[in-house]
Design a protein around this ligand. Sequence first.
Ligand SMILES: NC(=O)c1ccc[n+]([C@@H]2O[C@H](COP(=O)([O-])OP(=O)(O)OC[C@H]3O[C@@H](n4cnc5c(N)ncnc54)[C@H](O)[C@@H]3O)[C@@H](O)[C@H]2O)c1
Length: 301
Amino acid sequence: MIADFKGKTAVLTGAASGFGLECARIGARLGMKLVLVDVQADALEQAAAEVTALGASVMARQVDVSDAAAMQALAQEVQAGFGAPHLVFNNAGVGSGGLIWENSLADWEWVMGVNLWGVIHGVRVFTPMMLEAAQKDPHYQGHIVNTASMAGLLTPPNMGIYNVTKHAVVSLSETLYQDLALVSDQISASVLCPYFVPTGINQSERNRPASMAEETPSKSQLIGQAMISKAVGSGKVSAAEVAQKVFAAVQAGQFYIYSHPQALGNVQQRMEAIVTGHNPPDPFAARPEVGAQLRQALREI
Ligand SMILES: NC(=O)c1ccc[n+]([C@@H]2O[C@H](COP(=O)([O-])OP(=O)(O)OC[C@H]3O[C@@H](n4cnc5c(N)ncnc54)[C@H](O)[C@@H]3O)[C@@H](O)[C@H]2O)c1
């Protein structure tokens, strides 16, 4: 929980686009010092110029969040430049689709690297620094927000790696919340679980590292990509609205942050199947035509 953001420091990963950029804009308007972290240099430069023009003190760093050493170096720079951050938004992420046995090793390594290891590193390098600040100053308040997804609470088919990473981020974040509560009343955590929101997530391949060999996508990957693109593109809630919810949740000390609370019925059905021992429910129960289309597309030669 952070009562007042003015003059506080926020570290935001994936800050050059989507939710990260919208949170940077809000942080700048609230008078925060901003550390913008992203792997895409041109977009990062543009984001830094924009929030600097809003009056924020900005440190912009091109860092791949999956790189442990680079994240460690980032933490040291933040400590030296601004001191312990108050808000850490571990948000960088990439999308991926396809039948779970068709994803290549490179797909697994890339998506797990950004979506899961990126959050692990953010938590590893910043939490001790924040705890130290809390010990030194009884007025210090810190908060960590990790971006998961509704795919961290559901298991939509044909996007398995993404689901795996986001379920892990929900688990990591819930544990972080509980662990922090054991040791401090000054630092807490939240998890952001958005549903489909128009951002750059459906063009994630733009930031796939050259070292993670690009393979010809399989049919199921192409179908998955088209479906995700359509769903993201037609989302009605904006990234700016989601960013507002993030700040409101941090101020209120609210753990679960949803962009589309109306989609939680699906989570309830999944939980009911788990506790009653029923098989996983039909993910397309509300929109059977979408399921029929996907089954047909995947079975066509
Ligand atoms: N948009 C949605 O519908 C949606 C839904 C659920 C969850 N999410 C999650 O929200 C988060 C933010 O995504 P977004 O929707 O704003 O997409 P986005 O593509 O607009 O923003 C993601 C940012 O992360 C950066 N990034 C990618 N790989 C990186 C790396 N290795 N290191 C550092 N930065 C990297 C990208 O350059 C980009 O600026 C992601 O974790 C995503 O999985 C998005």
